[in-house]
Design a protein around this ligand. Structure first.
Ligand code: HEC
Length: 158
């Protein structure tokens, strides 16, 4: 009588294990997709910052006057988007299709500081634009240098 009972118990364990593994794998796929989506979001946000920098450069550096009225709009986007760059880098988003270096999570305070530097530089540029300052070049370059300062140490160069 003991044999079949053990068999049933064994089968139950087998089924539970299969289900458990199945669910575990599904959860893992889901978690991976979520990480990929977060990486897509931050890369999109970074490209948008880059696009706004390119538009600012066309007016401030290359002198395209037609779009001067849009300067504040572009600077404001960078001010807003750089308020929390570290928030775009939650732990665990350091693998897959990303150029984010693991050093980010090992030097988190410095990372936060570099993000704050970009934010403050963008705020100063926006203030200069709103004050109608004629020579915006130095303020613009400050923003650009702050981007490079972070990319140099924390972004993988292909
Ligand atoms: C605090 C660090 C930090 C600052 C400041 C920063 N970036 Fe980035 N940026 C990164 C990292 C890290 C990546 C790589 C992200 C990835 O691949 O997941 C990146 C990626 C990018 C990309 C490529 C996005 C893509 O297509 O994959 C662009 C463009 C970019 N940044 C522009 C800028 C500009 C312009 C500024 C300044 C206004 C700036 N970044 C400021 C850390 C920073």
């Amino acid at each position: 009588m003991q044999q079949p009972a053990r068999l049933v118990r064994g089968m139950c364990f087998g089924i539970a294990l299969t289900l458990g593994l199945g669910l575990g794998a599904a959860a893992q796929v889901h978690a991976f997709e979520e990480i990929e989506a977060k990486i897509d979001y931050r890369q999109g946000a970074m490209r948008a910052i880059g696009g706004n920098m390119a538009s600012l450069a066309a007016v401030i550096v290359d002198g395209v006057e037609d779009y001067r009225d849009n300067l504040a709009l572009h600077a404001r986007f960078i001010v807003d988007m750089s308020r929390d760059i570290p928030g775009l880098f939650p732990e665990g988003t350091d693998f897959g299709e990303t150029n984010a270096l693991p050093a980010i999570w090992e030097n988190w305070e410095r990372y936060e500081q570099l993000s704050e530097d970009t934010h403050q530089a963008a705020v100063r540029l926006l203030e200069a634009i709103e004050a109608g300052e004629a020579n915006l070049g130095p303020r613009f370059r400050e923003v650009g240098q702050s981007c490079t300062a972070c990319h140099d140490d924390f972004r993988h160069r292909d």
